[in-house]
Design a protein around this ligand. Structure first.
Ligand code: NAD
Ligand code: DAU
Length: 340
């Protein structure tokens, strides 16, 4: 039986990936290694905590001793690294922890892979490493050849980790792949991100804070489509390669927020334009030609359907997110939105 080490598996995409892999590949041992920062939520993993082939280990990816201990105990065949500080706004306020976790954490994990040998390493990255595209050029898309050109400290930290991963492939021959995905949405996303934030605020009849004009475009991907792509890459992807994931689901923020209002039966008058994000990327848009051609992957969930499913999940799982928004999140919200 193969063992897969999923770092950051108590967060949004990592937990969805664990659920996906348990369904897809039942004969696999899954070890989740997560520091449980503000974004990690053990209650997400509660239903599988006692599953026979699952183990949760609380730990920091920057803690060499703890990382090497889990490698010694579990001897993973594959590592999929989701562990990261992931919110752009927080990186603008305080970049330090982003550099530490996202870069040094990646180094520590790859050092452990080298030390134990024969470990396949996958780095979960982002389309934000490419910077942004102009709004008046809908013909342009991010390909794997688009130059790295980061806007936020978050994006810069992810780009640094990507370069480090490629250097470990070239220098040490570590079997590495990288995926660069567009904006995900779906169940278990922390309510600081656009879609769950708007759902939670709309349900409470609170203002819906749209940054700037709201004309910025994101390329939305249902989280399960992302998980399927990563599964394909770790099984069939070519090592040393980068794969873009996403495509065909572009929308302006303002249109998206209006869709959420319509789905929830809330008035658009809740929409409040607030001060723009510093260095706000204008448009992300993925060209998925490479992953489609090599691995046969394309997104399966259309935004309209995925959004309905996501909203239904947030309505059916109120305790999961209401607990989050009632705690220290209040302080975060005051700080980020209070004087905006
Ligand atoms: P998230 O913030 O929801 O979860 C991150 C998880 O990592 C949390 O469980 C947290 O506890 C854990 N973590 C943070 N620091 C850690 C550390 N030092 N050691 C161990 N664990 C730590 O993030 P997400 O949205 O699920 O994103 C997962 C990955 O996917 C990230 O690498 C992110 O850059 C990338 N990504 C996200 C998106 C998106 O739209 N959310 C899109 C493309 C790529
Ligand atoms: O593209 C992939 C990236 O997508 C991931 O690498 C990041 O981890 C993930 O957080 C996401 O980054 P974004 O900055 O695009 O996501 P966010 O949900 O923060 O914002 C989406 C858009 O909505 C962006 O244009 C900013 C805008 N926005 C966001 C918030 C939180 C608002 O207008 N109002 C808000 O309150």
């Amino acid at each position: 039986m193969k063992t897969i080490l999923v770092t950051g598996g108590a967060g949004f995409i990592g937990s969805n990936f664990i659920f996906y892999m348990m369904k897809q590949t039942p004969k696999m041992r899954i070890v989740c290694y997560d520091k449980l920062t503000y974004a990690g939520n053990l209650s997400t993993l509660r239903p599988i905590m006692d599953a026979p082939d699952f183990r949760f280990v609380k730990g920091d990816v920057c803690d060499r001793e703890a990382v090497f201990r889990v490698f010694e105990e579990e001897r993973p065949d594959v590592v999929v690294n989701f562990a990261a500080e992931s919110h752009v706004d927080r990186s603008i306020e305080d970049p330090g922890v982003f550099l530490r976790t996202n870069i040094l954490g990646t180094q520590t994990l790859m050092d452990a892979c080298r030390a134990y040998g024969g470990v396949r390493y996958h780095q979960v990255s982002t389309d934000e490493v490419y910077g942004d595209l102009p709004l008046d050029r809908p013909d342009l898309f991010f390909t794997e050849e688009t130059p790295i050109c980061t806007s936020s400290p978050y994006a810069a930290s992810k780009a640094a980790a990507d370069l480090l991963a490629l250097s470990y492939f070239r220098t040490y021959g570590l079997p590495v792949t990288i995926s660069r995905c567009s904006n995900n949405y779906g169940p278990y996303q922390f309510p600081e991100k656009l879609i769950p934030l708007m759902i939670a605020n709309a349900l409470a009849d609170k203002p819906l804070p749209v940054y700037g004009t709201g004309e910025n475009v994101r390329d939305w991907l249902y989280v399960e489509d992302h998980c399927r792509a990563i599964d394909l890459i770790i099984r069939e992807g070519r090592v040393g390669e980068v794969y873009n994931i996403g495509g065909h689901n572009e929308l302006t923020n303002i249109e998206l927020v209006k869709m959420i209002c319509r789905e929830l039966g809330r008035p658009e008058s809740l929409i409040t334009h607030v001060a723009d994000r510093k260095g706000h990327d204008r448009r992300y848009a993925i060209d998925p030609k490479k992953i489609h051609g090599e691995l046969g992957w394309l997104p399966e969930t259309k935004l309209a359907d995925g959004l309905k499913r996501t909203i239904a999940w947030y309505l059916e799982n109120r305790p999961w997110w209401e607990e989050i928004v009632s705690g220290e999140y209040q302080e975060y919200y005051r700080k980020m939105y209070g004087a905006r």
